[in-house]
Design a binder for this molecule. Structure first.
Ligand SMILES: [Zn+2]
Length: 217
């Protein structure tokens, strides 16, 4: 029989402002609509989770071009990858590994590559696809000064997203490497600390479209 002390109801109240947190069935990180902070239940404590909002026409820019968009939450991790040819630790190394010919703005190529993993509910195939497309694109979003009124619920914890890291990075690697056993034996991904980022998307014929990246996921 369970000890009665095992049962404890934790009120989902924002520790900052006291307002009720918004919590749906599968949510693991809860927003406060009043003060815009996000909380995650860690044991019995509601810990603060920082979230950055990428700038977009739903929050920034001239009033006449503002529009409602869908804000999707992503986990973003700096990462390193082990390969038979050595460690991939910079964005330049990573783009070579991925076979991408993308031009980077000066100063970015020495930075660590960033892995993107959806934090919202989606089928695994979609999570991998969206993660692959964003990771390959290596977007450098500017930070919004606004706070979105609504964000698609966060249903994956940082550890859940981290568990997908290797699969997402591997999916971005050129196909001939992905079928090479020697490459696969050496391949490993190590992630740094994850952070949450919301990215605005437009709905377009049942798909989601990111206008700044000209990217459909
Ligand atoms: Zn609050």
């Amino acid at each position: 029989m369970a000890d009665r002390h095992d049962l404890r109801v934790i009120p989902l109240r924002c520790p900052d402002c006291g307002d009720g947190l918004v919590a749906g069935g599968d949510d693991v990180i809860f927003p406060c609509r009043r003060c815009g902070t996000f909380r995650e239940l860690d044991g019995e404590e509601l810990i603060w989770r920082e979230i950055t909002h990428a700038a977009g026409p739903d929050l920034d820019g001239p009033h006449e071009t503002m529009r409602v968009m869908t804000r999707l939450p992503f986990w973003v991790f700096p990462f390193r990858a082990a390969t038979p040819a050595g460690e991939v630790a910079t964005l330049r190394d990573y783009l070579l590994l991925a076979g991408s010919v993308m031009k980077l703005t000066p100063g970015r190529e020495e930075k660590p590559p960033l892995l993107f993993v959806p934090a919202f509910a989606a089928k695994t195939a979609f999570v991998l696809r969206a993660g692959r497309l964003l990771t390959l694109r290596a977007p450098a979003f500017s930070r919004s000064s606004g706070t979105p009124g609504r964000l698609v619920p966060i249903v994956f914890r940082e550890a859940d997203a981290r568990a997908l890291a290797e699969a997402v990075v591997l999916a971005t690697v050129a196909a001939e490497r992905r079928v090479n056993q020697r490459f696969l034996d050496a391949f490993a991904v190590r992630c740094g600390a994850g952070r949450l980022l919301s990215i605005p998307f437009d709905g377009r014929e049942g798909r989601l479209y990111q206008p700044d990246l000209d990217l459909e996921i």
